[in-house]
Design a protein. Structure first.
Lengths: 225, 300
């Protein structure tokens, strides 16, 4: 469970980005986070990734108190998360297989296990046949599927996707979103930060609208909570 | 919990990849580091040689106590024990020199008059039995001098305190200059390594970014860069060792014959110190430099 309680966050320039954010996301939920530029979406993501620390209030993610967590525990916490970046962040010099395996290799997963997990994940995102290709040889949508496979390969409890469809065409966007829904059906919590309102309305999932550092919620179907 | 498996060759491989990826920067850094280490090593050897020669100046940190001519061996032994009992005057090393040994030393040291001194019969030996007292703490020499003069059986006490104080001040001054020189050059070395490792960090910025978000530990991310700096420092240390060894040999070969009063120590006397000192400095500079380089991208 993810719980923001009265969370505030201001930057050094004095700008208050989050002003007492209260929000609970239960295990296995699929949540869209939307909002205008400067509404606090990125800050909320950074807090969830423990890239930034909260100023006051409390933020708990699956038992990890992010406000009090010492720096040395951050890597362990991040292994519970899967992050999908808007710009994919794939390594052009590595094959699809190596890109996905990278996430396991750097946390010390045994070699034998890496191979089987990567194969399984590439099968899930339907890229098994292209595992020896390089990212440059793939379409934008395929690259994002590789990025998704990399985010999922360590079996994270929570998937955080930052504008996952921002750099791909509408048809592929839908395919990526379908994959995220499929992941959510495996009882993983999925948080998608996006500005694509059409996508949000199409999927009819719980939506959090950030405005002036506070959250307004819409239930599936569009009714305000 | 499943045991983590990290391949040590991964870290070493990444470190070498980083060094070869920025080959021109690596070579440049190596050159500057070697220059710094050679300067440190040369100034260190210079200091050691100067200090060694100063220490060899006659009776620098020594007091000579001449005993009365008619003193018995038993009384001389008592005096020795008394001097060795001055525990409050620091560490004293007492050496007894009989008048026979003193005459022999005179013969050995004097080339021109050796025959003349050698012709003196033992019974007519004009020299006296003496003690050479070597001390460590120059600040207590006045007290020691006073006490020695009070001993029954002591005829004369010779000390070179004024010279010893001046030489000690000179040695201390030289040590301070060397220390600042060492710190400045060490800082240059660290700065050079920071710049080189920074290039590798920049080239692998994307990898570091992703590693952080998939939960790689800080040590896993940092280790290849720290190894890179360490390898650079160690390589510079190895090369500098040979340069300094050659320089030392060159100086001995060229100048030793012309400097009769000055002894230049052969490199073998200092080689262990230079070798391990260079490796220590090189590796330390590598670790400090690379740790500084990697801190910012890991915390960003």
């Amino acid at each position: 469970m993810i719980e923001f309680k009265n969370v505030t966050k201001a930057y050094k320039n004095g700008k208050n980005v989050l002003n007492g954010l209260n929000l609970t996301i239960n295990d296995g939920e699929f949540v869209f986070v939307i909002g205008d530029t400067g509404a606090g979406k990125t800050t909320m993501m950074k807090l969830l990734l423990r890239e930034e620390k909260i100023d006051s209030g409390s933020l708990t993610v699956n038992g990890f108190d992010l406000g009090r967590m010492p720096a040395y525990r951050v890597p362990k916490y991040r292994r519970k998360l899967g992050v999908v970046f808007q710009d994919f962040r794939l390594f052009p010099g590595m094959t699809v297989e190596e890109n996905v395996a990278f996430a396991l290799r750097v946390i010390g997963t045994p070699k034998k296990l890496i191979r089987s997990k990567v194969l399984h994940m590439l099968r899930t995102v339907q890229l098994e046949e292209k595992m020896k290709r390089y990212p440059g040889e793939l379409s934008g949508g395929e690259q994002q599927r590789v990025a998704l496979a990399r985010a999922l390969v360590n079996s994270p409890e929570i998937i955080i996707a930052d504008e996952p469809t921002g750099n791909i065409d509408p048809a592929m966007s839908k395919a990526i979103m379908d994959l995220l829904v499929m992941v959510n059906n495996l009882n993983k919590t999925v948080i998608v930060v996006t500005h694509e309102r059409e996508l949000v309305s199409h999927y009819g999932k719980r939506t959090i609208f950030l405005e002036n550092g506070k959250a307004r919620e819409y239930l599936p179907g569009g009714a305000e909570r | 919990m499943r045991r983590k498996q990290y391949n040590p060759f991964y870290f070493i491989g990444q470190a070498f990849r980083g060094l070869f990826r920025n080959l021109s920067a690596t070579v440049g850094s190596l050159f500057v580091l070697i220059c710094c280490l050679v300067l440190i090593g040369s100034s260190f050897l210079l200091m050691r040689n100067v200090t060694g020669n100063l220490n060899n100046l006659s009776m620098m940190n020594k007091i000579v106590v001449f005993l009365k001519y008619d003193i018995s061996p038993e009384r001389a032994n008592d005096i020795r024990r008394e001097i060795e009992g001055y525990k409050d005057l620091g560490n004293l090393r007492v050496q007894y020199v009989s008048k026979k040994e003193a005459l022999q030393n005179l013969i050995d040291e004097s080339e021109e008059n050796a025959a003349l001194y050698g012709s003196i019969p033992e019974a007519d030996n004009p020299l006296a039995d003496s003690f050479i007292i070597e001390y460590d703490d120059a600040s207590k020499v006045n007290s020691l001098d006073y006490k020695l003069r009070q001993i029954e059986g002591v005829r004369k006490v010779n000390n070179r305190l004024d010279l010893a104080v001046k030489v000690n001040a000179f040695k201390n001054g030289m040590a301070v200059v060397f220390f600042f020189f060492f710190v400045a050059l060490m800082a240059v070395g660290v700065f050079v390594i920071i710049n080189t490792v920074n290039l590798s960090v920049m080239m692998r910025a994307d990898e570091i970014y992703v590693m952080r978000y998939v939960g790689a530990s800080r040590s896993f991310i940092a280790l290849p860069f720290i190894l890179e700096g360490t390898i650079l420092g160690a390589a510079a240390a190895g090369a500098s060792y040979f340069v300094v060894r050659w320089l030392n040999g060159y100086v001995i070969e060229k100048f030793s014959a012309n400097l009769e009063m000055i002894r230049i120590a052969p490199f073998s006397e200092n080689q262990q110190l230079v070798l391990w000192g260079f490796f220590g400095i090189g590796v330390l500079a590598g670790i400090i430099g690379s740790t500084i380089s990697i801190r910012r991208p890991m915390d960003a």
